[in-house]
Write a protein that binds this ligand. Structure first.
Ligand code: PLP
Length: 423
């Protein structure tokens, strides 16, 4: 488009349902997602509406992100006030809201320090960089290796996709980053062997990076015994334990942080998704003993700006004011009970229900042709939004404000979806 025509082109912003079709969208937006054929237009609480006026019960929540659901008054008030006052300034200056959110995290976790960025991948990038710096400065390792788990997911940047122990995400992006090796999740022997095997003078394991519960890898909770042993191995060998809490942190599991389900504390952990309830934010937390960053070592233009941090503070306050950890525990139990009853009714279709708090998955029988996408599509037709976690697991990650009646509604809509798929 020439500069003259560019000036004349109408700006395509309209609230008309027909204003922007999926076909038009795919012409101009890269097809990095396989998208479902609906356009969501507005939301309130746990409910969203598409541009044709159809309502859905949202058990996706932007994939475990809209902690307070949609249009929550506390979030609306916080971001409205903040944008009128000061939305962005450089990290060259002190930012009050950033300091307040960091203080809240420090007061409510095992961390002493926080670095803010804008997404989960960026938070994990920061953790990887910090672990490498620690390896050089403290562990005296010239070529540090970070052990991660098979079936893990840590993001899409080149470092985090390398950290991700799944070939399907790495295919086509060689050369990947050196300095990573993979072990089976919840398998302590595999971990011990890897630490022993990767020991060639200058090349040694410096850190272990794990999800407390593997989200994208099929909603697989970490095993308590395994994590206790991992912590001890790290302590005995001077290794750093990094936990990726991007999907499970900020109350999702019914505890504020996923590691609280495992009876251990990490040296470094990351958060993003639910931290500001859907306003982009990421954070990397660490104990002061492993903070090796000084001015110029790491940075982010947007990281920790007043707008995102005001949203994070509103989410933090609301989790406490509305008892959302307790709600996540109670509603999670209710949901697992409902899904287990459904599994018992269809023993040849489903094999297991897994999860903590409000991150739950129901696994389909590998022998059956029905996939998680088939069920997600059928559920959408029944007014329920769900999200796959791999080809055979259907994931339920609703807002933490979901009510008992809405969980019941999700259960009955899911039953109708199953009937439709089996028909
Ligand atoms: N880590 C985990 C455990 C995740 O689940 C995700 C996203 O699904 C990421 C990292 C990447 O986060 P983002 O998409 O915000 O970069």
């Amino acid at each position: 488009m020439s500069p003259e025509t560019l000036l004349q082109a109408p700006i395509p912003i309209s609230t008309e349902p027909s204003a922007f079709s999926p076909e038009q969208f795919d012409q101009v937006v890269m097809t990095t997602y396989g998208r479902f054929p609906i356009t969501l237009d507005r939301g309130e609480g746990c409910r969203v509406w598409d541009t044709d006026g159809n309502a859905y019960l949202d058990c996706v929540a932007g994939i475990a992100t809209c902690t307070l659901g949609h249009a929550h008054p506390a979030l609306v008030k916080a971001v409205t006030q903040q944008i009128k006052k000061l939305h962005h300034v450089s990290n060259l200056y002190y930012i009050r809201e950033q300091g307040q959110l960091a203080q809240w995290i420090v007061d409510n976790s095992c961390a002493d320090r926080v670095f803010f960025c804008n997404s989960g991948a960026e938070a994990n990038e920061a953790a990887i960089k910090l672990a490498r710096k620690y390896a050089h400065d403290v562990q005296d390792i010239q070529y540090p290796v970070i052990l991660t788990a098979k079936a893990s997911f840590h993001g899409r940047t080149i470092a985090t996709v390398t950290a991700t122990g799944q070939e399907k995400y790495q295919k086509g992006f060689d050369p990947l980053l050196p300095g990573f090796a993979y072990v089976s999740y919840n398998d302590i022997e595999a971990l011990e062997h890897a630490i022993g095997d990767i020991d060639e003078g200058n090349r040694r394991v410096g850190a272990i990076m794990l999800e407390p519960l593997q989200g994208e890898g099929g909603v697989r909770p970490g095993d308590l015994e395994y994590f206790l042993r991992v912590r001890k191995i790290c302590d005995d060998n001077g290794l750093l334990l990094i936990l990726d809490e991007v999907q499970v942190g900020m109350g999702r599991t019914g505890k504020l942080w996923g590691y609280e389900n495992l009876g251990i504390e990490p040296d470094i952990f990351t958060s993003a998704k639910g931290l500001a309830g859907g306003i982009p934010i990421g954070a990397m937390m660490c104990k002061s003993s492993c903070d090796r960053f000084g001015p110029g070592n790491h940075a982010s233009t947007f990281g920790g700006n007043p707008f995102a941090c005001a949203a994070g503070l509103a989410v933090a306050e609301t989790i406490s004011a509305e008892g959302l950890l307790q709600n996540a525990q109670a509603r999670g139990e209710q949901l697992r009970k409902t899904l287990r009853a459904i599994t018992n009714q269809h023993p040849d279709l489903f094999v297991e229900v897994r999860g903590w708090g409000l991150i739950n998955g129901i696994e389909l029988n590998a022998e059956r042709e029905i996939t998680s996408i088939d069920l997600v599509k059928a559920a959408m037709d029944e007014g329920l939004l769900l999200v796959p976690a791999g080809p055979k697991v259907v994931r339920f990650v609703p807002p933490l404000i979901i009510s008992a009646e809405e969980i019941e509604e999700a259960g009955t809509a899911f039953e109708r979806a199953i009937a439709a798929v089996l028909a």
